[in-house]
Design a binder for this molecule. Structure first.
Ligand SMILES: Nc1ncnc2c1ncn2[C@@H]1O[C@H](COP(=O)(O)OP(=O)(O)O)[C@@H](O)[C@H]1O
Ligand SMILES: [Mg+2]
Length: 395
């Protein structure tokens, strides 16, 4: 019997009109476009013949699409390779009434090309590695913590380390060097390893510069490359009252625990307890971000740190604090432990009773098997938390 690998459905829905689709390479952008727009006219700019043709004569796009009716869809994959095509797309949206799906790994090159991102006409959608409901029965929490959820990694366990290693190399080679994001790649390689090791930690740029032996001025540029290419996300420190200016450094989270581990050069090592803890937070943050995006909720997220140094991993702001009104928040504390310890609830309880916020919900997320209901805090096994999150029952 011939076995054909099935395509997993994704949570992201196709927007009703022209849009950009951004996401790191390998998360499934091209696959998703074929799923949701099976009849679209497709242009893949990785195809070198097409690339050369459209680079020389971008105006040929119109005749290549032909006489498609108004409302027809046109997909341009890897659009950052020929940024001038945005002008054509812009014109054809107006003159022909076509819808465009424009995908790529980052908006950075498009913005640098001085293009106007369709003058605000197109909306932006982001794709990330799989989240738990997309994998269904195939979701494996231990594997996710160690190897992450890129489609090629999550659906085929045979060559995970090789796939992740070459992922980081290809990223360096194609995304960073060929796209001309930086001039010298060696310092960036040293930086990348430090950035991998910092996954889940607060980032102090001067320390990174010292540890990676790169100029302080380069560090900011390097981080902005990681953020623009959507490999890393910043989690700011939560400040209950906007008036209070606290100088807290934001935390850095990679988009995927497996890629973070590969960047850190730790694929050959057994995953230790500290790394497991950070990797679980990375995974939960990923699931929180995807839910926030696909549900269109657009909640701000942060972490919280008390003056004594105790932390709450995630603070989701469900209503902003305006003037006299306190912000409403949901707090989530994540622990890679099979037994829950009451003390982990303390920072949430203290913030709740501080009067600075309206505490809507408090969650503990752990590796235990039981749902524990204590006063005000719901302590849930990871899977149960993720189930409720995607059912819209967390925020
Ligand atoms: N929904 C999916 N189900 C199964 N495999 C997928 C899915 N999405 C992507 N893949 C696999 O992952 C790999 C990368 O996907 P691709 O769509 O090329 O990513 P991108 O366009 O973001 O770089 C491909 O080999 C593809 O078959
Ligand atoms: Mg692609």
């Amino acid at each position: 019997m011939v076995s054909r690998r099935s395509t997993q459905p994704r949570l992201l829905k196709k927007p009703p009109r022209s849009f950009f689709l951004f996401g790191p390479r390998g998360v499934g952008k091209s696959t998703w476009l074929s799923q949701v727009l099976p009849h679209a006219r497709r242009f893949d700019l990785l195809d070198s013949r097409l690339f050369l043709e459209l680079t020389g004569r971008p105006d040929r796009l119109e005749s290549m699409v032909g006489n498609a009716r108004r409302g027809s869809w046109v997909c341009i994959d890897e659009v950052q390779r020929v940024p001038v095509l945005l002008n054509e797309a812009h014109r054809l949206i107006e003159s022909r009434g076509w819808h465009f799906a424009l995908s790529g790994s980052s908006a950075r090159k498009l913005r640098r090309g001085g293009t106007n991102l369709l003058g605000g006409r197109a909306i932006t959608r982001l794709l990330e590695p799989f989240v738990s409901p997309e994998l269904g029965d195939r979701f494996d929490l231990d594997a996710a913590i160690q190897w992450g959820q890129l489609p090629l990694v999550a659906l085929d366990s045979r060559a995970r380390a090789d796939v992740l290693e070459s992922y980081v190399h290809t990223y360096l080679k194609e995304e960073v060097r060929e796209e001309g994001l930086i001039r010298r790649v060696e310092p960036f390689i040293r930086f990348l390893e430090i950035a991998g090791l910092l996954n889940g930690e607060q980032v102090v740029a001067s320390n990174v510069a010292r540890d990676a032996a790169v100029p302080r001025s380069s560090v900011d540029v390097y981080f902005s490359i990681l953020e623009d290419t959507l490999l890393c996300h910043r989690l700011p420190a939560f400040v209950p009252r906007a008036r209070v200016r606290e100088q807290a450094h934001s935390k850095l989270y990679w988009f995927d625990p497996g890629v973070a581990r590969a960047a850190a050069g730790l694929l050959g090592d057994a995953v230790d307890a500290t790394w497991r803890g950070r990797a679980l937070e990375t995974l939960v943050f990923h699931e929180l971000r995807v839910h926030n995006h696909v549900s269109g909720k657009r909640r701000k997220m942060a972490f919280y740190r008390t003056r004594q140094g105790a932390e709450i991993d995630f603070v989701v702001q469900t209503a902003a604090g305006t003037g006299s009104e306190r912000p409403s928040i949901v707090c989530i504390e994540v622990k890679h432990a099979t037994r829950w310890d009451d003390r982990w609830e303390k920072p949430m309880r203290e913030l709740a009773s501080s009067g600075a916020v309206r505490m809507k919900r408090m969650f503990g997320v752990y590796r235990g098997a039981e749902v524990l209901v204590r006063e005000g805090v719901e302590v849930l096994p990871v899977r149960e938390f993720l189930r409720r999150l995607h059912a819209g029952q967390v925020f």
